[in-house]
Design a protein around this ligand. Structure first.
Ligand code: BTN
Length: 242
């Protein structure tokens, strides 16, 4: 596969988009040692100092656009499984953060380019951005402060970036084909969830909702038991209340 390794870049997502627009094949990887303008979800900044695994993957999935949100969840599971394989007790915070000991170790950003066709809206490509704090110095975890952690902190040793990289790619290879049925991912999301069973507040475009997180549906939605009944959420930012 095509792998682009950069010393310093604004964002690997930007480079991956240019490559994808130029026809780069499925599986193309862009890696950078440092990102100066790393992007997080919801327009946030993503601190990307040396020592992290900052990568974007070009995916060309052959399924309908409505399955796109599943890719982020499949990826969160893939990263969590990769970390568990390394000996790190990783959990998934719905919909797509990976935590260790309640602190964020990895963020995932999937950006899709859609193509309308007579047969429905297809995904032209998905830029899967994964930011994993591997050996980042604690004082460099600028954005999240003490709410972030690193793989090194969990294991008590430096980790060769190629180790989590290879594990994540392997997990994605087995995980992505599950996008249609979602059954394996749903099972993993339930067992690896840092969100289920907790009282949470979910901030989203339609306003915040509070409730007990009781399940993740076959669609990947989070089910909250609220005072007004059961609510299914498809997006949002989860905050644990206790
Ligand atoms: C988040 O949790 O908000 C998502 C963070 C995604 C960060 C990764 S690092 C590699 C890729 N390039 C970017 O600019 N962002 C993603």
């Amino acid at each position: 596969r095509e792998v682009v390794v950069l010393e310093e870049v604004d964002s690997t997502q930007r480079v991956a988009r240019e490559l994808a627009e130029g026809g780069a094949p499925e599986g193309t990887i862009v890696l950078a040692r440092v990102q100066l303008g790393g992007k997080g979800r919801l327009g946030r900044e993503w601190g990307s100092p040396p020592g992290g695994l900052w990568m974007s993957l070009v995916l060309r999935p052959e399924f309908e656009a409505r399955f796109a949100p599943r890719i982020t969840q499949i990826s969160a599971v893939a990263v969590a499984r990769a970390l568990i394989g390394l000996g790190v007790p990783a959990k998934v915070k719905w919909p797509n953060d990976v935590l260790v000991g309640g602190r964020k170790v990895c963020g995932i950003l999937a950006e899709s380019s859609l193509r309308p066709t007579p047969a429905g809206t297809l995904l032209e490509y998905v830029l899967l951005g994964i930011g994993l704090n591997v050996n980042v110095e604690p004082e460099d975890l600028v954005v999240f402060g003490d709410r972030a952690t690193t793989v090194r902190e969990s294991l008590g040793r430096e980790v060769d970036l190629l180790d989590p990289l290879a594990r994540i790619l392997r997990e994605l290879e087995t995980g992505l084909p599950d996008a249609r049925s979602f059954s394996r991912t749903r099972k993993d999301l339930r067992s690896l969830s840092h969100t289920l069973g907790r009282q949470v507040r979910v901030a989203r475009s339609g306003g915040a909702v509070e409730g007990l997180a009781v399940d993740i549906t076959a669609e990947g939605a989070l089910v909250l038991q609220t005072e007004g009944g059961m609510v299914e959420l498809f997006e949002g930012d989860v905050e644990n209340l206790r």
